[in-house]
Write a protein that binds this ligand. Structure first.
Ligand code: AMP
Length: 222
């Protein structure tokens, strides 16, 4: 078996993390761990975690670090993560990054690549406000730039497409503010460890993926 690949995707809401992470997971046969998806499922299940997270998420704030780190500690020891993983939406603070480093260190592992997807703010707002997500398989669409063949239905699984509760313009602006506050320290954290790769997230998903794939093959630009 080849060495497991452990990847982190950083980027603002709407920067394409979910789309890229899904493809990476499929092509590299590694686990896609999206903390936002885990939390949305918890909200739907109406358990203790869901009740705590719901209001925070609808306001565009961050769920407390201790909750997120606990969640990640449980997720990373699941079997599929042993083959490697791509983290989508975690870490979001330096505290989370440090806790992740400790968790992985305890498993004799570390992060191989951190990709930061950069997209200008106005484009991020357009992308998030027009986003529709399949309730069944999680695939993302956009009302204008990546519309489904059948309005309201997922091309892949036929599931129902919905807007996210936190994709209204005001909440998106708040989420962007929250992201801006933590993105620089997080990028610095990983740059200091020599694993940060900055990627232009504005082109098509295919072009963005090829830029990432170049790094994964070891031919990326330094
Ligand atoms: P996402 O789907 O990644 O945009 O996440 C949706 C929401 O879930 C965020 O706006 C936060 O409220 C919450 N969330 C997801 N991941 C994290 C995290 N690592 N730390 C704190 N809150 C998170």
């Amino acid at each position: 078996m080849t060495e497991p690949m452990r990847i982190i995707l950083l980027g603002a809401p709407g920067s394409g993390k979910g789309t890229q992470a899904r493809r990476m997971a499929r092509e590299l046969k590694i686990a896609h761990i999206a903390t936002g998806d885990i939390l949305r499922r918890a909200v739907e299940a109406e358990g203790e975690l869901g009740r705590r997270a719901k209001a925070i998420m609808t306001q565009g704030d961050l769920v407390p670090d201790a909750v997120m780190v606990g969640l990640m500690a449980e997720r990373l020891v699941q079997r599929d993560a042993a083959r490697g993983f791509v983290l989508d939406g975690f870490p979001r603070t330096v505290e989370q990054a440090a806790a992740l480093e400790k968790l992985l260190g305890g498993m004799g592992a570390s992060v191989d690549h951190v990709f930061q997807l950069n997209v200008p703010e106005e484009e991020l707002i357009k992308r998030s406000v027009g986003r529709r997500v399949c309730g069944k398989c999680g695939r993302n669409y956009h009302l204008i730039s990546a519309a489904p063949r059948d309005p309201g239905r997922c091309d892949e699984c036929g599931g129902e497409l919905r807007a996210r509760d936190d994709d209204g313009e005001d909440t998106v602006r708040k989420r962007l503010e929250v992201y801006q506050a933590s993105s620089r320290p997080l990028a610095e954290y990983y740059a200091a460890r020599g694993v940060l790769r900055k990627i232009d997230g504005t082109p098509t998903p295919e072009v963005v993926y090829q830029a990432i794939a170049g790094w994964l093959r070891g031919t990326g630009r330094r």
